[in-house]
Design a protein around this ligand. Structure first.
Ligand code: TA6
Length: 300
């Protein structure tokens, strides 16, 4: 359903959930409760804003992002599915899969007993998804907006045979200055570098970023903490169902090459991603499901 009138009739909740149309018929769902404000774009099933009351956004959004069918939204929490990164064998297929390039159906909006808001979105296999991937599946994004933001991608195999997929909750965090933050949690973890052979290890307990970084830390389920003294906050990044954590920042040259972000955008975001890929690819038998979650919160 992608009709503003029908969405309002069926899913709006006065004072809590409303809908807003962007250009190109793309619809956003806006949540407001006693803990936070949030915005979710039905295109891509992408959370683009999570703002605890009276605080700067925890998620970063590019001011130059496309909001156009066929193009990815730059910022928030893109859902990479059913593959992470380039397709393994066919470079004509979209980077990071088709999940972020399709409209997701809203299936539920609800207020929880503690005042948190629950939102569910679904993407089911269709002729359109089978152009890219031959399997039957149901993918669901469950979002809980409270003091913390909890986002879960649940994938169920509804095919008659087994399939495997890779995925990521590719979260962009809003920071004051990339050179002023530290990331705690990955000390001692091993990582692959994007596009470079070998296995590396982070010896220091804190990660500081002073050049482009594209690292896939493996065998880690650790909580990461982004300490941002200028913003006077620590962002807690917890996850489950994922053993790979990717850290990405494209730096100056990379930002300048991407026409959907300002040239100096790299200064104000860092991606810390909950990933299933490499040695943590998901294999599902018929009827089985897997859940990949992030739990994001703030300490002052
Ligand atoms: O997750 C890191 C990464 O795969 C990088 O290699 C970088 O390309 C980034 O994602 C962004 O990808 P995108 O397709 O959104 O430009």
């Amino acid at each position: 359903m992608n009709n503003l009138f029908e969405l309002n009739e069926k899913f709006s909740m006065p004072g809590v959930v409303i809908f807003e149309k962007r250009t190109n018929n793309i619809i956003d769902l806006l949540v407001s409760n006693r803990y936070a404000d949030a915005r979710i774009c039905l295109y891509g099933g992408q959370i683009t804003s999570f703002r605890p009351i009276n605080k700067p956004d925890i998620l970063w959004m590019s001011s130059n992002s496309n909001f156009e069918v066929g193009k990815a939204i730059r910022g928030g929490i893109p859902i990479c599915f059913p593959w992470f990164g380039p397709h393994k064998t066919d470079n004509k297929k979209p980077q990071h899969g088709f999940g972020r390039l399709m409209s997701w159906d809203l299936t539920e909006t609800a207020v929880m007993p503690n005042g948190e808001t629950l939102i569910r979105l679904q993407l089911r296999s269709s002729e359109a998804t089978k152009l890219f991937w031959p399997y039957n599946f149901i993918a669901e994004i469950k979002v809980i907006i409270g003091k913390m933001l909890k986002a879960t991608l649940k994938v169920t195999n509804t095919s008659s045979g087994h399939f495997e997929y890779t995925c990521a909750l590719h979260t962009y965090y809003n920071i004051s200055d990339i050179e002023a933050i530290t990331i705690d949690g990955l000390g001692g973890a091993s990582y692959y570098k994007h596009g470079e052979p070998g296995d590396f290890k982070q010896d220091s307990s804190l990660l500081e970023i002073h050049k482009s970084v594209d690292r896939h830390y493996h065998d880690t389920e650790a909580v990461c903490i982004i300490s941002d003294s200028s913003f006077g906050r620590k962002i807690h990044v917890d996850k489950s169902g994922s053993k790979v954590t990717t850290v990405w920042n494209p730096w100056m040259e990379g930002s300048a090459k991407m026409n959907d972000m300002p040239d100096d955008a790299y200064k104000t975001f860092v991606c810390i991603e909950a990933v299933n890929s490499f040695d943590d690819t998901v294999n599902l038998k018929p009827g089985e499901s897997h859940e990949t979650s992030v739990i994001i919160g703030m300490e002052e």
